[in-house]
Design a binder for this molecule. Structure first.
Ligand SMILES: [Zn+2]
Length: 686
């Protein structure tokens, strides 16, 4: 078979329909023996002539079009004679769509048992019955012909992508000799055959491999030897180097890749076909890919969640089952949990491929790519659990009086340089915002309460800072909106008070460290001082400047998230006087104020100002926080019935050395003491 002989490529007619502008991405169709395939396409892995935990019917509802089967496993069990008997894998497993078979090369590479690799092929012992087998280019093709897949792969020698040069070169040359032998072994079979480009992470070897294989009459090309030890950037670079040199008229298949972001990056670089065990493997551990990030279903945050996995997914799992049920199945290690999450993950992968194809055909793939490369690396945005990943790019890490604070262990936060104070110093800022302000105020249930109270729910966000609290409120709203549609959520008006916007400006430059700012809202607040949800149901505005100047001119709030710097740094915002002004302004309403401080002096100042004061939930190492109510029945009407401070607190306060903020004059302290001693909160307890 000479390098110059090019028989017509009729085994796998391949038509490129469109190439995306500004990208190597392309949309194409491929005619197989079992129907047309639209690319880019993801092929689930059916190792043992089954995709683990799925039926052929469930695969079809998930959107599966092509299956991959493993020659190595099927050679050992059930054996080629069974496929001969059934006339191939399609009838055997009741699948009427296209099948791609691999060559067995990758399994030989990762074989746990002893193997001998030589010019002839690889000799190894069966893990099923201990018999000795020779996997050669010829025996691989013979087995693949018996299995009867639509697309076969030539046997290659797969080595670690980080192998030394001489070893990589020798493996590549052996692969080339095996490629020629595979084509001869294919003979007159109508099955298509792909050659596999090798060369580890050496550019010149990859170029050499492409040049050699393109001289052979293959029906398409695979990029082998990646996803086995190299970095992501090496993988992307090698992929691009190979695709730009492969003939544009033939399909390209990146073997064993990968995660959703890998698929996006590789389609962008001109790959048409993918396979990976990942979506089903992680399903067994309860990991689900969703349009709002990756979910770890074992986490107890889902124990009572009656929302579906992904509101944007139409798969059977998302039509019928709650997160709470899936959480339970995964915890109980039930097979159904694996099946349902696997089905959803496959639907997610297939939808991602379809979306990419649609955007290529509409020629707006590039902007889709830019959006998705941020979206696809998120983990559950509603319930963040891990410290955000550190960004590798060098961006300024300080602005004005603020710098990014990255402790050796844990989450990124912000530090005010002049005071040394760290915002949210004790636990992850997103988690604290959720727990202390959003969950404790029962914001979600207020948004969907029926009948909806008249007027907007007004939230004051005192101390916008890096917008952790306001974004936590927005996430809560968006989740209610996704769940209940446009009719249910009550209109929300958030007013943030801040004199210094540097903290927010700084974190928006570091979305890798601060995932909460990966949203249009914070940028709009910075630029225009306002943002509105497309539904008009969530309005957010900024009052820039001193809170004390603008508080009386701001609509009376239902909820106050009181989160300025501490008394030590910002004493003016913790005085009896400022709390009294807030109290007077809020009196027309039943207002609730939430704050992280639990200090005796702050609680005394709130009481002296007229508030009724209760214990708030602890967060991180803080055992307790503080809630203040304008009305006596505020705590009683609260869904969580927080405990008002009682006589034991009063007794401790009387003994305390810091009964009031130290800035208070002795006369004012005397007046404050009288107000506390006669406060109805304590009188009614006696
Ligand atoms: Zn789904």
């Amino acid at each position: 078979m000479g390098r110059d002989s090019h028989p017509p490529y009729t085994r796998l007619p391949f038509t490129v329909q469109r190439r995306a502008g500004g990208s190597q991405a392309r949309a194409a169709t491929m005619q197989t023996l079992h129907g047309e395939v639209q690319t880019p396409v993801f092929m689930p892995v059916g190792t043992q002539a089954t995709v683990k935990g799925q039926t052929v019917e469930s695969l079809k509802t998930a959107g599966t079009r092509v299956l991959l089967a493993n020659t190595y496993h099927l050679l050992l069990r059930p054996g080629p004679e069974v496929f001969h008997h059934f006339g191939g894998i399609h009838r055997f497993m009741h699948w009427d769509g296209p099948v791609l078979t691999d060559s067995g090369g990758f399994q030989i590479f990762s074989l746990p048992r002893a193997r001998e690799m030589g010019e002839e092929g690889a000799r190894f012992q069966s893990y099923v019955d201990g018999k000795s087998y020779l996997l050669s280019p010829e025996s691989s093709v013979t087995t693949q012909r018996a299995i009867g897949g639509d697309i076969m792969m030539a046997l290659d020698q797969c080595i670690s992508s980080t192998a030394p040069y001489a070893q990589a070169e020798a493996a590549m040359e052996l692969t080339h000799r095996w490629a020629e032998r595979s084509l001869r072994a294919r003979g007159d079979s109508p099955q298509a055959l792909f050659g596999i480009v090798q060369g580890a992470c050496y550019a010149d070897l990859r170029e050499k491999s492409v040049a050699f294989l393109c001289g052979l009459p293959f029906d398409g090309f695979a990029i082998g030897g990646l996803a086995v030890g190299e970095t992501h950037s090496e993988r992307y670079a090698m992929t691009e180097l190979v695709t730009t040199r492969l003939p544009p008229s033939l399909p390209r298949y990146l073997m064993g890749v990968g995660t959703p972001i890998d698929l996006l990056e590789s389609v962008h670089r001109g790959v048409d076909m993918f396979d990976c065990i990942l979506p089903l493997k992680v399903a067994q551990q309860g990991v689900a890919f969703t349009s709002r990030g990756k979910l770890l279903l074992r986490r107890s945050v889902y124990k009572f969640s009656d929302t579906v996995l992904d509101a944007q997914c139409g798969c059977q799992t998302c039509q019928h089952y709650s997160r709470a049920y899936l959480h339970h199945l995964i915890k109980a290690e039930e097979v159904l949990g694996w099946h349902l999450v696997g089905l959803h993950n496959l639907a997610f992968y297939h939808r991602l491929m379809r979306e990419m194809r649609d955007h290529i055909l509409r020629d707006d793939f590039l902007s889709y790519y830019e959006r998705q490369r941020l979206a696809l690396v998120r983990t559950d945005e509603e319930h963040p659990s891990r410290p955000p990943r550190k960004t590798r790019t060098r961006r300024p890490t300080c602005l004005g009086d603020y710098e990014i604070h990255r402790p050796a262990h844990g989450f990124a936060s912000l530090r005010q340089k002049s005071s040394g104070e760290v915002m949210h110093s004790v636990n992850a800022p997103d988690e604290e915002a959720d727990r202390l302000y959003v969950e404790q105020s029962c914001l979600a249930s207020r948004l969907v309460r029926r009948p909806a109270p008249a007027g907007a729910l007004v939230i004051w966000d005192v101390g916008l800072g890096a917008a952790f609290n306001a974004m936590a409120a927005l996430r809560c709203f968006e989740s209610c909106y996704a769940e209940h549609g446009a009719h249910a959520p009550r209109t929300v008006q958030v007013v943030s008070f801040e004199s210094d916007l540097d903290p927010l400006a700084l974190v928006t430059k570091h979305p890798g460290d601060f995932p909460h700012v990966r949203h249009a809202a914070p940028v709009s607040i910075l630029k225009q001082g306002r943002w509105e949800h497309s539904s008009g149901l969530f309005r957010w505005e900024l009052r820039k400047g001193d809170f004390r100047v603008s508080l009386e001119s701001t609509p009376v709030p239902d909820l106050i998230f009181y989160d300025p710097f501490s008394f030590k740094t910002d004493a003016d915002l913790w005085t009896v006087e400022i709390f009294a002004r807030i109290f007077q302004h809020c009196l027309p309403k039943s207002t609730e104020l939430y704050t992280y401080s639990a200090s005796t002096a702050v609680r005394a100042a709130l009481l002296a100002a007229g508030f009724f004061v209760a214990e708030g939930v602890g967060t991180g190492p803080k055992a307790t926080t503080t809630i203040a109510f304008t009305r006596a029945d505020g705590a009683g009407n609260h869904p969580r019935s927080p405990q008002l401070l009682g006589q034991p607190w009063l007794a401790r306060w009387r003994r305390s050395h810091t009964r009031f903020p130290s800035t208070l004059s002795p006369e004012a302290q005397g007046r404050g003491a009288v107000l506390i001693e006669t406060h109805p909160q304590f009188c009614s307890n006696e």
